[in-house]
Write a protein that binds this ligand. Structure first.
Ligand code: CMC
Length: 451
């Protein structure tokens, strides 16, 4: 979600010796002249970046703790080195572990993608079988989970329920606190991937007052989830087109490098809390309308517009600063979002199956007008992944407030892979940004009687 310096791809490419980076290794340096003191400093440039801590040596005097870099919302700060996802926002490129998203989405299953993100390589046939079997054997949740789920109000927001339920899993698996043991981390990763669809399906049914459906381990990952959400009276007829579409949508969401929710997982995980709590923080971040909640916001916006004829007036309203065109714009993608391109293809296959969603006409008109309008063109605002995903989820039978839960199901492998990478990175410590204090100078406390 964070933007790179002009002209550079968003994910700066690091060479094999990226972790070394001493001044002797790198010929590239940056010379800084501090005009306050006249002193000159040379700091190394490694992988297109300087280390913010190298600025600390630049002081205006003995009582100056050293120069800070100020970067609200991390617009130009890399918080980690990562080998998981590569994005070039200007060229509309997204790759998982080096593989173009178009090829991954076209040829793998969601669990295979998860394996790729988590292990760094595509699985062999045997490895994939073992991985699928591991996940399959952990799909049940403790029956007490269903009891506290019942405590949620009938109209509780699905994302609120999801973040609460996943956080609560940490109480069922206190062994997850041992994050220093790789085998234990593997077990928790499998538990998370296996149980999230079950919890998500329970949430779906809770909102409808329907009895929970137990996992069926004779079905695949997606098939089991769809069955747990839609089965009625012991029956659900699987629709392969819709299941394939859902699989692709989850793959497209599987990772997106250091976006808001992933940064939340890394930041919270850096305190060495258990992974259920860290992932719960990611779910909380995803809930927001500027992040994963945008797919829900798009549908609400289409409802407000109501009719194709109202689109021009709505666009004018957005241009005067009254609200945003939800599902448009991205911090990183400034030409197009490659996921949006793929999602449009998925939409065609889904709507051919389910019939056209009446809101699609409004969405297409919005897109057509916005892509011709100088306001959006000059700001490089294009449809993002969320513009069409909501319409597809709705056609599949999911309610608007449930869309972000589906996004969370997709993003889970990325969160866990990034968490694992953070824990194994010797340079990472507890996340603790600095601040620039702008409050009052020291002053004497005023007793209540004198205020
Ligand atoms: N509609 C209208 N104007 C917009 C929009 C939009 N969707 N997005 C950005 N702008 C304008 C903004 O008002 C600003 O204009 P000005 O320069 O005149 O002040 C300019 O474009 C730059 O906006 P920004 O807020 O600095 O951009 P950002 O990179 O901080 O924000 C964003 C990125 C995704 C939060 C933003 O584009 C947005 O709010 N989009 C709508 C919400 C949305 O669809 N979010 C999903 C993102 S993709 C999935 C995900 O990552 O979760």
């Amino acid at each position: 979600m964070w933007e790179s310096a002009g002209g550079l791809p968003h994910s700066l490419r690091a060479g094999p010796d990226a972790l070394r980076g001493s001044v002797a290794d790198v010929p590239d340096t940056l010379t800084i002249v501090d005009n306050r003191t006249g002193l000159e400093y040379s700091v190394p440039i490694v992988d297109g970046s300087i280390r913010a801590t190298d600025l600390r040596q630049i002081t205006a005097g003995d009582d100056d703790p050293g120069l800070l870099s100020f970067d609200p919302a991390y617009l130009n700060t890399a918080s980690c080195k990562s080998a998981i996802t590569y994005i070039d926002g200007d060229a509309g490129i997204l790759r998982y572990r080096g593989y173009p998203i178009e090829e991954v989405a076209d040829t793998t299953t969601f669990l295979e993608t998860a394996y790729l993100l988590l292990e760094g390589e595509l699985p062999t046939a045997d490895a994939l079988q073992g991985w699928e079997a591991d996940v399959r054997s952990h799909t049940y949740v403790h029956t007490n989970v269903t009891k506290f789920m019942e405590g949620f109000r009938y109209d509780a927001h699905p994302m609120g329920m999801l973040l609460g339920a996943v956080g609560a899993l940490s109480t069922f698996y206190p062994d997850a606190k041992d994050i220093s043991d790789p085998e234990n981390r593997y077990l928790q990763r499998v538990r998370l991937l296996a149980k999230l669809p079950t919890i998500a399906a329970y949430i779906f049914r809770h909102s409808r007052g329907l009895p929970y459906v137990l996992p069926r381990n004779d079905l695949g990952y997606i098939g089991n989830f769809v069955n747990m959400t839609f089965e009625i009276g012991g029956k659900h007829e699987a629709n392969p087109v819709l299941q394939n579409a859902l699989e692709i949508l989850l793959i497209l969401h599987a990772d997106h490098e250091q976006n808001c929710s992933t940064s939340a997982v890394r930041g919270v995980g850096s305190s060495h809390v258990d992974p259920f709590s860290a992932v719960s923080a990611g779910i909380a971040a995803l809930y927001g309308p500027l992040h994963g909640g945008a797919n829900e916001a798009v549908l609400k916006m289409l409802d407000v517009i109501g009719d194709k004829a109202n689109v021009p007036a709505f666009i004018e309203q957005v241009k005067t600063g009254k609200g945003r065109l939800m599902g448009f714009g991205h911090r990183v993608y400034k030409s197009y979002d490659p996921r949006a391109t793929l999602i449009k293809q998925v939409a065609d296959s889904v709507f051919a199956e389910t019939g056209l969603n009446p809101k699609l006409e409004i969405a297409l008109e919005l897109e057509r007008i916005a892509l011709e309008d100088d306001y959006f063109v000059s700001r490089k605002l294009y449809p993002n992944v969320d513009f069409y995903s909501g319409l597809i989820y709705q056609a599949m039978g999911y309610s608007t407030d449930y869309f972000t839960v589906l996004f969370a199901l997709g993003r889970l492998p990325g969160w866990i892979a990034q968490w694992e990478e953070m824990l194994n990175d010797p340079e990472q410590k507890i996340a603790r940004p600095r601040q620039i204090y702008i409050g009052p100078e020291k002053r004497s406390f005023v007793p209540m009687s004198d205020r």
